[in-house]
Design a protein around this ligand. Structure first.
Ligand code: AQP
Length: 329
């Protein structure tokens, strides 16, 4: 079975709709026919300052959300990144392979460092290199992510190619797995930028009170004109709402447009608020159930880490050997 790897940061606690529709929904689908590895990337979280208590709690909350959203720990390997030390170890190897200029071209770093109020750490700069290690350790065929990660995937492929040509074939070149329709979910208040946890206001969080989410949806910025049509360029606000509506209900955008013929933006937003509430309520209940039994949750993660380490340790050992390190007996 083809291998799949992806990760999600525990920084915000709650995932947002962009994380779910852009990434996690595909994780759930791919676990059926793929050998899937999914991790909560706590090493990435510390690229910005974290309160230790909050980080620990958010890591469990993230794992609970993945389970509640449909990741099945008997099918997929679900683990916490820091439980598998090979990530940091291969990360170092990849750093030594990356050009400074190459790392400097990462647009996400430029955006994030510009938004950052505290001083920017080197970890934020090298984060895509650690991400390359995350992926290459598992010899992943596919990496299900949102559009914002495409450039990092390119870097991963470049590093794998460089290592393979310098030391002999070691790493598989991974392909991004990006579902076009939901590759970029936009901010409800500014439908030309991506929904993002660092820009509060137009972000719908899975764990917030659904009443609050419904209100945010009702006050989403829409466009001039009155007609409900999908036109990403001229009607980004309405198109974003249609994308979300379609993804949550499984209905095509065309059928939604036909249904809302003659109706107003207000109707669409009110209905979408209800659709979201209906979808998210049982998800929140399941998250709570997982968090009420932290011992069992930690056991699932420990089992996942054990399986992940079997693969990761093998890749790291082969990598160290190729580099010329004396392998420990
Ligand atoms: N708006 C989005 N639309 C589609 N996919 C998205 N993803 C994130 N935002 C959108 C995808 O979610 C996955 C997990 O992302 P992450 O762990 O990198 O989360 P993040 O970067 O902390 O989330 P944000 O909100 O995007 O944070 P900031 O603003 O800090 O960068 C990834 O596959 C990502 O593509």
């Amino acid at each position: 079975r083809p291998r799949v790897l992806s990760g999600i940061q525990p920084t915000a606690g709650s995932f947002h709709l962009g994380n779910y529709l852009g990434a996690v929904r595909q994780w759930v689908a791919l676990q059926e026919a793929h050998d899937a590895f999914y991790c909560v990337v706590d090493l990435h979280a510390i690229t910005v300052e974290q309160d230790p208590k909050v980080l620990r709690q958010n890591t469990r909350v993230s794992a609970a959300q993945l389970l509640a959203l449909g990741i099945d720990p008997d099918r997929a390997t679900l683990f916490v990144q820091s439980h598998v030390p090979e990530h940091a170890q291969l990360g170092w190897v990849m750093q030594c392979l990356t050009g400074f200029g190459e790392a400097s071209r990462m647009t996400q770093f430029k955006d994030k460092s510009a938004r950052q109020e505290q001083s920017v750490g080197v970890g934020l700069f090298t984060y895509p290199i650690l991400q390359a290690a995350d992926i290459l350790l598992y010899q992943a065929h596919y990496v299900p992510v949102g559009e914002d990660q495409r450039q990092h995937l390119e870097l991963t492929r470049d590093l794998a190619t460089r290592f393979n040509s310098r030391y002999g074939k070691t790493f598989r070149l991974p392909e991004p797995y990006i579902v076009k329709d939901t590759a970029k979910i936009f901010d409800l208040q500014d439908p030309t930028s991506k929904m993002s946890k660092s820009v509060p206001g137009g972000v719908v969080e899975l764990l917030e009170d659904p009443k609050r989410s419904a209100k945010k949806i009702r006050s989403a910025v829409t466009d001039t004109g009155r007609e409900i049509l999908f036109d990403a360029e001229n009607k980004p606000g309405v198109s974003n709402l249609l994308t979300i509506y379609s993804a949550l209900t499984g209905r095509t955008v065309e059928s939604l447009v036909a249904d809302y013929d003659g109706k107003g933006y207000g109707d669409l937003k009110k209905d979408l608020g209800e659709v979201f509430t209906e979808w998210v309520t049982p998800v929140q209940q399941r998250v709570k159930t997982y968090l009420d039994d932290v011992a069992s949750l930690d056991k699932i993660l420990a089992r996942g880490a054990e399986r992940a380490r079997e693969v990761a340790a093998g890749t790291l050992r082969r990598t160290y050997d190729k580099i010329g390190f004396v392998l420990p007996e």
